[in-house]
Design a protein around this ligand. Sequence first.
Ligand SMILES: [Zn+2]
Length: 276
Amino acid sequence: MESFFSHGAHEADASEIQKITIDALTMISVSLRFYEELNDFLAPRRRKTRFLKQLKEAPSVKDLIESCGVPHTEVDLILVNGISVSFDYRVSHGDDVSVYPVFESLDIGGLTRLQARPLRNLRFVADSHLGTLTRRMRLLGFDVVFDRTATQNAVVEMMLGENRVILTRNRGLLKQKIIQRGYCLHSDDPKHQTLEVIHRFDLVEALAPFTRCVRCNAFVEPVVKVDVLGSLKAKTREFYDTFTHCSHCGQVYWRGAHTKSLEEFITWIKKETKSW
Ligand SMILES: [Zn+2]
């Protein structure tokens, strides 16, 4: 009776099996667990659970984490077999890797904290898609530079040159090794994005609404009405007496019916952040 497989096919199968066995023996197996909001970056099946990765060669833990979709700028603490390590640590077979996001309130003194601590007066650079977030952040008094024509390289240059934190939704941008300070927004809604940034960088105490020009990011200053009469419409001239203006771009500001939605936004932010 003729065999289902030819003799040649049997030989091919055997060598294939041998190859797979050798590969399996030389593969490195590492277990990973990501915590808190870092799970948002993972494929659903890998969220909030420990999972195995089989690797052909030993990468740095930074590359391993980023291969799972998590930008290194999001990570503040890595424990390998219970010991904190830096991004350069090269993983080896059997390692248990635990990856934690930036803790704003948890004391991890003594362990290797991977991110520089937030500066008190944080300055940001938003990528070219975040115009609405930029305006909302400026409204709250935060220093955010933005150029809708800026390339990714230009954004990186602004981060380096002016020690700014990059705000983006582009994970790829934050994976570049040169990026030290960046935050990848989780939400696509500018209102919630603003809340995220305040939370992530612990900025509740730094809120200073209506102190910065929404248009150009410079500070605004009080100005006497007579000095801005020329740029006011008749109704504004009639009903309003208190003004600020931006000495950089000349924009004049006053609080009135047109700022109602902005006031509501500020009230919402204060309410949401009250218990933080
Ligand atoms: Zn201005």
